[in-house]
Design a protein around this ligand. Structure first.
Ligand code: AOF
Ligand code: ZN
Length: 341
């Protein structure tokens, strides 16, 4: 591995730390190296705050050393005035000698302009170091800008015989298709996305609150599909724990916000795109999950498979155009990861 790759890996590690809080901003990682020694590090502050490069530059004790240093950054430094001033200006002002970039920013306001600005000011620029890894690290941001839709994670649990629920629910004999660890993991996953979506049937059947109570993390905004506006305020999804939006055909003022909706996955994506929502975790039910799969609009699926036999039930969604990336054991259950192709 080259030293450029090594420092870029370090920058990727830093990027990971800021990810949940920076959204919808990409969490970028930055490392400053002088004579083969790391003298500064940073990652993107919570949304609206300073960028990785600024934090890394500010962490350097002897600012004079910046003139002989190389800045490694997972994403092209910005060149625009957003919530914060352009990072490229600060890099130029500090006379940093060289900048090594992982990937180019897909955001039209920046895309390539940051690199151009640095070069015009005599800074040596190298691009494409661990490019794929850096794009992967910013995948929600890339999907949002390149596909003009949020990054979609599908999640469900199914029995060994392929059902997501029994046909009829017996209050005295509940069927658990998840264990304590898988539930906790689900709450962690929720905290990593900007929104969580379910269909009406899941609200009626499970009355979920869709929070992150088993994980100390951010609560995502709750979205639900309820075309006929049937869910009333007594359901947990409409409690005060997180904001909730209802996709519906029927306009009626309730606690949640109402979003006009005919019945397509595209409308959900459009709403998210217009509101800078960069990711959605879809947690059911069958119809909602399958509509994303059938529309070909999804990125990842995470499926828990238990040893429980249900015999008669609601069939699990069926994935098409996918590649299985890994399987892991969670207690006695299996967790399968898939990617959309
Ligand atoms: C960077 N370093 O750490 C991040 C960047 O509104 P602002 O000022 O926060 O700008 C947001 C945009 O800046 C965002 O859409 C993306 O293009 C870029 N993010 N750029 O140089 C960073 N997070
Ligand atoms: Zn910036």
């Amino acid at each position: 591995m080259s030293s450029d790759q090594l420092y870029m890996y370090r920058a990727l590690q830093l990027a990971k730390i800021g990810r949940v809080n920076a959204m919808p901003n990409p969490s970028v990682g930055a490392v400053i190296v002088c004579n083969d020694v790391i003298i500064g590090e940073g990652y993107t502050s919570p949304y609206g705050g300073s960028h990785a490069e600024v934090n890394a530059i500010n962490s350097v004790k002897n600012q004079e050393l910046l003139k002989e240093s190389t800045l490694y950054v997972t994403l092209e430094p910005c060149s625009h005035f957003g919530k914060t001033p352009p990072c490229a200006h600060l890099i130029i002002e500090k006379k940093i000698a060289k900048v090594v970039i992982g990937c180019i920013d897909p955001f039209v306001e920046v895309s390539g302009k940051g690199i151009q600005l640095l070069k015009e000011n005599g800074i040596e620029v190298i691009t494409g170091v661990l490019e794929k890894e850096c794009q992967q690290s910013h995948q929600r941001f890339f999907t949002f800008h390149l596909k003009k839709r949020p990054y979609i994670v599908l999640k469900w649990a199914q029995s060994a015989d392929g059902f997501i629920a029994p046909l009829t629910k017996d209050e005295n004999k509940p069927v658990w298709l998840s264990n304590a660890y898988s539930r906790q993991l689900t709450h962690k996953w929720r905290s990593e996305e900007m929104t969580i979506l379910v269909g009406k049937q899941t609200v009626l059947d499970d009355n979920p609150s869709l929070t992150t109570r088993d994980w100390q993390g951010k609560k995502p905004i709750r979205l639900f599909i309820d075309t006929q506006n049937e869910i009333d305020d007594s359901y947990q999804i409409l409690n005060q724990e997180a904001p909730t939006y209802r996709f519906t055909k029927i306009k009626k003022t309730v606690k949640d916000q109402f979003i006009p909706f005919e019945n397509t996955v595209q409308e959900i994506c459009d709403f998210c795109y217009q509101n800078n929502i960069q990711s959605v975790i879809v947690e059911g039910g069958r119809q909602t999950l399958q509509s994303f799969i059938d529309a070909g609009i999804w990125d990842e699926a995470r499926v828990f498979e238990t040893s429980v036999i249900v015999e008669q039930g609601i069939l699990a969604p069926v994935l098409t155009n996918f590649q299985k990336t890994k399987s892991v054991l969670i207690e006695k259950d299996c967790l399968h990861f898939y990617e959309h192709h």
